[in-house]
Design a binder for this molecule. Structure first.
Ligand SMILES: Cc1cc2nc3c(=O)[nH]c(=O)nc-3n(C[C@H](O)[C@H](O)[C@H](O)COP(=O)(O)O)c2cc1C
Length: 258
């Protein structure tokens, strides 16, 4: 029943360990070509793709990605930026009105960038490469924009490390379709349905956190009692989310989107 593309998608795993092997230029080029085949709002392609291989630039990026090992270990790091800079320059040169320095434009450009990134991800996996998205791209977008020399109206939104996998991680299960899909209109869940939807995740997630020694220590030290508490007390605390919200807001002001 599954097509080849669907089989590829079902084999997806985030890869955090990489072989010390360069990715050939022609493969990177073909991944980038596929990336730009993604749909984009009005076909404006309001994004830029920054391919980083230079160790000196990666060294500067690494702390901004909280020193996650993938940045230095993978031969390539790709940052996808919401970008209305290029289009605004074209508009100006064409004596057309400039309407793209606002939040709506940032959202349009971010969606374009994210669709392009996922096309690149699938293309990369089809070449036997592995990747891992890094949420720190958005969390530290302002500082990353500076390292990458982004002009006004260019904001890094997603990025991933890329290289040949040196690990074969287990599949991370997904929520059941019935917990995600609604037909015709959104149907509110009962409490019982919510608990059923998250039941497998609770079991497998809790197990994973208790199997990996450093994660288990974190769980024991913090006294969290279930997976939801891991998410909200350890991984995504209110304080950190408010802080990152401020960072993003300030970056949008600095980059002329607000
Ligand atoms: C936007 C985004 C940000 C992510 N950020 C990180 C990250 O900072 N570090 C990391 O190790 N994994 C990160 N991931 C990978 C997720 O943890 C991973 O996709 C998820 O656990 C599902 O696992 P799988 O991709 O192997 O199926 C991120 C994924 C996305 C889509």
């Amino acid at each position: 029943m599954n097509t080849k593309a669907q089989e590829l998608m079902s084999r997806h795993r985030s890869i955090r360990k990489y072989k010390d092997k360069a990715v050939p230029e022609d493969i990177i080029d073909s991944i980038l070509e596929s990336s730009t085949k993604a749909s984009s709002s009005g076909n404006m392609q309001a994004y830029s793709i920054i391919v980083t291989k230079d160790v000196n630039v990666k060294r500067k990026l690494s702390p901004l990605h909280f020193n996650q090992s993938m940045v230095m270990e993978a031969p390539v790091f790709i940052t996808f930026c919401a970008d209305f800079h290029r289009m605004r320059r074209w508009v100006k040169l064409s004596h057309a009105p400039d309407n793209f320095d606002n939040f709506m434009s940032f959202m349009i450009a971010s969606i374009d960038a994210i669709l392009a990134s996922q096309n690149a991800a699938l293309a990369a996996e089809s070449h036997g490469l592995g990747l891992c998205y890094l949420g720190t791209t958005l969390a530290n977008c302002g500082k990353i924009a500076k390292v990458l020399n982004c002009p006004k109206n260019v904001v890094p939104v997603v990025g991933f490390s890329l290289g040949y996998p040196d690990e074969a991680p287990k599949e991370r299960r997904r929520l059941p379709l019935k917990g995600i899909v609604h037909y015709d209109i959104y149907k509110e869940y009962s409490d019982e349905e919510i608990l059923t939807i998250y039941k497998d995740k609770e079991i497998s997630g809790w197990k994973r956190y208790n199997e990996v020694p450093e994660l288990r220590k974190m769980v024991l030290d913090s006294g969290v009692k279930n997976l939801a508490q891991i998410y909200t007390k350890l991984k995504y605390s209110r304080e950190s989310h408010i802080e990152y919200s401020r960072t993003i807001y300030n970056c949008l002001i600095d980059q002329n989107f607000l």
